[in-house]
Design a protein around this ligand. Structure first.
Ligand code: CCH
Length: 286
């Protein structure tokens, strides 16, 4: 199978601009969610990477343990099988690409093709890991909690408050699914466009508890059309996070620049790249 073909430098055989184009062709589907797999590709790239522990140097996207049980079945990863299945034909087409490179590149393509900033990306993740390399459950953030939990989780990866505030701006994209996380709804009216709307919506709306039998979350008043997770609200109530949120709400270019740096760092956590691995800055397609 493809996995057997991935060696330490098999990425050298791949034209990644072509892989980029092929991933881009998988984004649109009018029958899926809001019409794009982009948001769930971004989430796959983030959850494949965000298991990193800077102290033990375990986790991260190298080896893509997210595809193995038990990690694939961790509550936070519910629904990401959909993204992996969508990408699987490209593993067949490019057997020399590692799953870690494929999943992280899919996140890059999605951000860029949905109108976000250019994300610097390098190939060279390997496929050699096995199920016993899976990270323990609980390394990804729990949406029901607040600022101190969010800090614990992201400091463990090696991020600071500014980087955390920039990364969560990805919640401009996509939506929550009752069948996956239990939460419900999109964060704004354009969930398939990469914008700074997470910050503007967070600051500009009055957020009230949603009246329903599902998990505690917020909806905007009066429309009720948009949502915030309890963890999202920490970015409004915590004074340090809020200074960054205010800056990103006022200045989309500042958000794009900081997101690009923090997301590229996220996708590289724990990866030992070959010294000569090229840094790609792909051009968005038309
Ligand atoms: Fe997130 N996120 N995320 N998130 N996330 C969810 C959906 C998306 C948290 C919880 C949730 C980041 C940080 C956090 C995306 C990107 C990022 C959902 C709904 C929950 C719950 C899942 C569902 O039901 O489908 C929490 C908590 C945090 C931080 O504390 C970061 C960082 C990123 C990327 C840089 C994207 C995109 C989605 C939409 C997925 C989709 O399928 O539409």
């Amino acid at each position: 199978d493809g996995e057997a073909k991935v060696t330490a430098d098999s990425w050298r055989k791949i034209d990644f601009q072509n892989v980029y184009k092929d991933i881009a062709a998988l984004l649109e589907d009018e029958d899926y969610d809001d019409g794009s797999y982009g948001p769930v590709f971004v989430r796959l790239a983030w959850h494949a990477s965000g298991t990193y522990d800077v102290r033990t140097k375990t986790g991260g996207s190298d080896g893509a343990t997210i595809r193995f049980a038990p990690e694939s079945g961790h509550g936070a990863n519910a629904g990401l099988d959909v993204a992996r299945a969508r990408l699987e034909p490209l593993k067949k087409k490019y057997p020399h690409i590692s799953y870690g490179d494929l999943y992280t590149l899919a996140g890059v393509v999605a951000v860029q093709e949905l109108g976000g900033p250019t994300i610097r990306w390098r190939p060279g993740r390997t496929d050699g890991k096995v199920a016993t390399d899976c990270t323990p459950d609980g390394r990804l953030p729990d949406a029901a909690q607040g600022a101190s939990h969010v800090r614990d989780i992201f400091y463990r990866m090696g991020f600071n408050d500014q980087e955390i505030a920039a990364l969560v701006g990805a919640h401009a994209l996509g939506r929550c699914h009752t069948t996956r996380s239990g939460y419900d709804g999109p964060w704004n009216a354009s969930p398939t466009a990469f914008t700074n709307f997470f910050y503007t919506e967070l600051l500009d709306n009055t957020w009230v508890p949603k009246k329903w039998s599902g998990p505690f979350q917020y909806v905007d008043k009066p429309s009720g059309a948009f949502m915030m997770l309890p963890a999202d609200m920490a970015f409004k109530t915590d004074p340090v996070f809020r200074t960054h949120v205010e800056r990103y709400a006022a200045d989309q270019d500042a958000f794009f620049a900081d997101f690009a740096k923090a997301f590229a760092k996220l996708l590289e956590l724990g990866v030992q790249f070959p010294a000569d691995a090229p840094v790609y800055e792909f051009k968005a397609l038309d």
